[in-house]
Design a protein around this ligand. Structure first.
Ligand SMILES: NC(=O)c1ccc[n+]([C@@H]2O[C@H](COP(=O)([O-])OP(=O)(O)OC[C@H]3O[C@@H](n4cnc5c(N)ncnc54)[C@H](O)[C@@H]3O)[C@@H](O)[C@H]2O)c1
Ligand SMILES: [Zn+2]
Length: 382
């Protein structure tokens, strides 16, 4: 759909704002925005020149539209296309990217544009943060996960042999342009994985939004653009508010890790591969977090049932069946060990984001290990 058609159906909504003073920025969400990206970016450019970083899946699909919009706006451009996949968030690819960008005679006023999912956004954002001691960058997220989560908030980085996302910095983009049309070509499994992060916003702070998702989630996943715009908007609004209150995760930003302590342990166990995507791990992790909260007496079992039912109904995993091929010996203990090795452990106590009810979560820094082991053992028993 071209932007004019979109405008004739829906009055264009004003962009959301991430309130970070002079580092604040807009988030544009809508249909047909890729074709309009040049016009949206132009006022922010100190130099009519930018470099687009993308991956080999996304480039052929969306680079031509973006390039046309840059031509139309009179912006000179070059592109760097990297291999797709999590392996690209590495020191090796960071080095290659920086060298290629410098060879293009990058200047302080040149802007980097990350066109892609979280992998490209994290890597290109990090490169922008360190090249010439920091240049501006723009996020054009093309996965649901990136549109509702990774493109907003300024966390950038790469993986190291010791773990995921351990090398990076905070570097906020100048603008985020989320075109929901790009989700049409996304694999349904990737789309569902991103949807788990959408559900997360409802569970941690917005019960009416969770109820809205129970009704509209299936349409969103089936391709309804208005449902997508609404869900991305509500999610970004929630993330923007949390980031504005706590940019560097000294406190409330930790709520965004809801479901993630379990999720990271499951990802370590399954090797961060295709067997379990991050968002799928988060879906299971959120269900387990509800189970843990029920066990500790914080939350009613009925809420846990409702959450499990919704995630299941859209085809997300909610149990540990995917671990069937994994040696069962000491599995709960192993998963707890993965959690203890995680960077979120302070003084040996496990920190969890736990629900009091749907739409109300809190940070609990002293969850007893035996309760966690108990939840895992129950989840693993046939
Ligand atoms: N910075 C943050 O705050 C933050 C938050 C959450 C996750 N992350 C990071 O994000 C990464 C995961 O991001 P992701 O889930 O977007 O994965 P991704 O970037 O690997 O994209 C998933 C796959 O979809 C393809 N793809 C992307 N857009 C497409 C489209 N529109 N059409 C067809 N194919 C498309 C990609 O080429 C890739 O193969 C992880 O590295 C994670 O650590 C960062
Ligand atoms: Zn996540």
């Amino acid at each position: 759909m071209n932007p004019q058609d979109a405008l004739s159906i829906l009055p264009a909504q004003p962009p959301l704002r991430v309130d970070l003073g002079d580092r604040g920025y807009d988030i544009h969400i809508g249909e047909g925005l890729l074709a309009d990206a040049g016009r949206l970016m132009r006022p922010l450019l100190r130099q009519r020149r930018l470099v687009v970083v993308t991956d080999a899946n996304i480039g052929p699909l969306y680079l031509p539209t973006l390039e046309t919009s840059l031509d139309d706006a009179g912006i000179a451009h070059a592109a760097v296309v990297l291999p797709a996949g999590e392996q690209t968030k590495s020191f090796r690819h960071l080095e290659g990217l920086c060298e290629r960008l410098l060879a293009l005679r990058l200047e302080r006023g040149t802007v980097l544009v990350a066109l892609g999912g979280g992998v490209i956004g994290d890597l290109a954002g990090f490169a922008a943060g360190i090249l010439l001691r920091g240049i501006d960058f723009v996020q054009i997220p093309t996965t649901l996960l990136a549109q509702v989560d990774s493109a907003v908030g300024g966390k950038t980085g790469i993986n190291s042999r010791s773990g995921k996302n351990l090398v990076g910095l905070f570097h906020q983009p100048r603008v985020v342009i989320a075109d929901v049309d790009t989700l049409d070509t996304l694999d349904i499994r990737q789309l569902r994985a991103g949807y788990a992060e959408v559900v997360k916003y409802g569970l941690i702070g917005d019960a009416p939004f969770f109820a809205w998702l129970e009704t509209n989630g299936p349409a969103l996943l089936a391709g309804d653009a208005q449902a997508r715009i609404e869900a991305v908007r509500v999610s970004c609004r929630a993330k923007a508010a949390i980031v504005a209150a706590d940019e560097r995760e000294a406190g409330v930003r930790a709520l965004l890790n809801f479901g993630h302590t379990f999720a990271h342990a499951l990802e370590v166990e399954t090797g961060y591969g295709d067997r379990l995507l991050h968002g799928e791990a988060v879906a299971v992790g959120m269900v387990l977090a509800f189970d843990l909260a029920v066990r500790l007496g914080h939350c009613d079992g009925k809420d846990a049932v409702r959450v499990r039912r919704h995630l299941e109904s859209v085809g997300l995993p909610t149990d540990l069946r995917f671990l069937a091929a994994t040696p069962a010996e000491r599995l709960p203990e192993r998963l707890v060990e993965h959690m203890q090795a995680d960077k979120k452990v302070v003084d040996g106590r496990l920190t969890f984001i736990l629900p009091r009810r749907i739409g109300d979560a809190f940070i609990d820094r002293s969850v007893p290990v035996h309760a966690v082991r108990g939840v895992l053992a129950d989840a693993l028993s046939p």
